[in-house]
Write a protein that binds this ligand. Structure first.
Ligand code: HEM
Length: 618
């Protein structure tokens, strides 16, 4: 017994000693980095983590904290977590240094966490996550031709076809009553397009939302967002979810394998291989000395994940922004009318002329052409002259991928501040895109800031990243650029609340949350925040769409011109019986293209993310 006590005591003493030594190490790290400005640490050990945890708990939007820090402590800002220090850099000099040179690899500590998802191999060593430069370069060189101009010209038919399918779906829904989630529509169309053009798969997720592969991708994205919660995998009550995510990852890899086997067989049987991403992946694999099938599967998943959600989010954000700015919408419409006229399908050559939409590559324009040709809008030159800026501006304020991380291996000096080697460096386009220092009046949506005569935002704007590791799918992403036109021409729009702005779900990518919208011309939009409040209130609520500070007591009755029975349809969650009346005021949102947002955020799988302060800054 005594021996047991002694052993226990010894273990305790050793643990204490280890802890003390660890504290000394943390102290040493603090001393090494404390010359770099940063917010005060909340805790010796946890550093700045408690601030972030608190925000995550309150479902606040963490990139806004970085923005505050950048403005207060920038351009080089220290962030502590245990013995690790990351440095956020918000200077063009720093962005240039870290993104343009292959000398600074992606940070393996951060990207390594995407190798597996809840224990299942996920992105592995695919193109986004691979950190070893040689390995990355070999893969990228082989994939690049799949994104060349000649390849993209060959894809026009597919894009036209998918665009038409989407437009048919939207037309079907546009009866002024039917509710649907715009984000989910965008997600499905981008998934169908990537499936087809990258891997020759007909997913048909736009017409059938029960197809297994798209559902698995959605589940995996949800898992990716939730995986940020520490020890999520081991939390009781989350086991079912974790199991579903793991099964989805396995399903993706299984489908990938079948698809690859089919393609290999076809090639062996002498069939001419389509020049798509899969062919390129296989070509790359064939050049390797040892075949690495797992790496092929990594890339299959990488393209699905990297390609579809980012594009869908960007499309939806842009649609929302256009909904808020009818005058910009009109200019965009004018351009499409002018360039496409009555054409139904769009040629590759047309794309260059749609300057407003910045070298649009994908042919959602096919449908747009048709839609705009049926419109009676007047044709002006204004749109064509100023067009291409909208999407750039949308990506400035709402970049789906907010930033990227690099590893600084040796000491360096940026903006006169010495950064020690072996540090994670964080470059963030969301933060820089919202700083007054780089963009005048940064929270105003103003596409003209990207016009051809305006000063170029060098190294402070990088929604597709910059340099060698920039987005290979940038041109694919332009699929979105037709969609706004369609939405423009059909009076689809979305809205936010003057008080609460848009909802965001910070996750693997930035995604808009309050996205279920339906085409309801002439109807004023309710504010998602107010609807959510209404749902959680005890007393009956009088909903006053979009107006700030609306309460049952101050609802000015007569202002509620538009008692709206459809409100109940437009809210995803069944309204409690106690909601007696849902009138909507004709307030600042009352413009001819008003439509309705409904609540998804905070109550749904989107993860919720709401930050009231955002609104004032939009
Ligand atoms: C609006 C849409 C998109 C945005 C905003 C976007 C943004 C980005 C960003 C910021 C990166 C760098 C990531 C990092 O440094 O960790 C990236 C990389 C990448 N993206 Fe995209 N992307 C979009 C669409 C696409 C599409 C459609 C595809 C595929 C068809 C794609 C495939 C990739 C790949 C493979 C990489 C890794 C490139 C490399 O490291 O060589 N992306 N993207």
């Amino acid at each position: 017994m005594e021996a047991l006590w002694a052993a226990g005591g010894l273990l305790l003493a050793l643990a204490l000693l280890a802890f003390l030594l660890y504290c000394c190490y943390v102290r040493y790290i603090h001393a090494k980095y404390d010359h770099i400005p940063g917010a005060p640490r909340e805790s010796f050990l946890f550093g700045h983590l408690p601030i972030i945890w608190r925000m995550v708990r309150k479902q606040e939007f963490t990139p806004d904290l970085l923005l505050q820090w950048a403005e207060k402590y920038g351009p080089v800002i220290r962030m502590n977590a245990f013995h690790r220090v990351s440095v956020l850099i918000v200077s063009p000099e720093g962005v240039k240094e870290f993104l343009m040179s292959p000398q600074h690899p992606k940070d393996p500590i951060v990207y390594g966490t995407l190798f597996r998802l809840f224990g299942e191999r996920f992105l592995g060593n695919g193109l986004v996550t691979v950190c070893n430069h040689e390995h990355w370069h070999k893969q990228r060189r082989i994939m690049d031709p799949a994104f060349s101009r000649s390849y993209l010209i060959g894809l026009m038919d597919t894009f036209n076809e998918k665009a038409e399918e989407l437009m048919e779906k939207l037309e079907e829904k546009a009866d002024g009553k039917t509710e649907f989630s715009m984000l989910s529509m965008m997600s499905r169309v981008t998934m169908d397009i990537i499936g087809k053009v990258a891997f020759g798969l007909e997913l048909n997720s736009l017409s059938d939302d029960q197809t297994p592969l798209p559902n698995a991708v959605t589940k995996v994205m949800e898992g990716l967002n939730k995986a940020r919660v520490p020890f999520m995998r081991f939390i009781p009550g989350k086991q079912k979810f974790v199991k579903e995510v793991r099964e989805s990852v396995r399903l993706l890899r299984r489908v990938a394998k079948e698809c690859i086997d089919r393609r290999r067989e076809a090639i062996q049987n002498g069939k001419e291989a389509t020049m798509d991403i899969l062919t390129q992946i296989l070509k790359g694999a064939a050049l390797e000395e040892t075949r690495d099938d797992e790496n092929i599967l990594d890339n299959f998943i990488t393209f699905f994940v990297a390609g579809h959600e980012t594009s869908a989010n960007q499309m939806t954000f842009t649609v929302m922004a256009l909904g808020q700015h009818p005058e910009i919408l009109e200019r965009a419409q004018a351009e499409v009318d002018e360039v496409l006229g009555a054409k139904r399908d769009v040629d590759y050559e047309d794309l260059g002329k749609l300057t407003y939409l910045s070298q649009v590559v994908l042919c959602l324009f096919g449908a747009l052409a048709w839609l705009s040709s049926s419109s009676s809008r007047s044709r002006t030159k204004a749109g064509a002259e100023s067009g291409k800026e909208i999407l750039k501006e949308s990506l400035r304020l709402y970049p789906p991928v907010s930033g990227t991380l690099r590893r600084l291996e040796k000491d360096d000096v940026i903006n006169g501040i010495r950064i020690p080697g072996n540090t994670t460096v964080f470059l963030n386009t969301y933060v820089m895109g919202r700083m007054e220092k780089f963009f005048k009046d940064p929270l105003t949506f103003d596409p003209d800031r990207f016009s051809k005569d305006a000063p170029k935002p060098y190294y402070c704007y990088f929604p597709f990243s910059l340099g060698p590791r920039s987005c290979i799918g940038q041109v694919f992403a332009q699929v979105s650029r037709g969609l706004e036109q369609h939405l423009a021409s059909k009076h689809w729009a979305s809205s936010g609340c003057a008080e609460h702005g848009w909802w965001w779900a910070p996750g693997a990518t930035l995604m808009p949350c309050a996205l279920a919208l339906f085409c309801s011309e002439g109807r004023s939009p309710p504010c998602p925040w107010h609807v959510s409040q209404m749902l959680s209130q005890e007393q009956p609520w009088y909903l006053q769409g979009g107006a700030a500070g609306c309460t049952p007591s101050n609802c000015p009755g007569s202002a509620c011109l538009n008692p709206n029975p459809l409100m109940e349809i437009s809210v995803n969650i069944p309204l409690p019986a106690k909601v007696k009346h849902t009138g909507m005021c004709r307030g600042s949102w009352d413009h001819p293209m008003a439509s309705t947002d409904t609540i998804k955020a905070g109550k749904t799988s989107a993860g919720g993310g709401h930050k009231p302060e955002l609104a004032q800054r939009r």
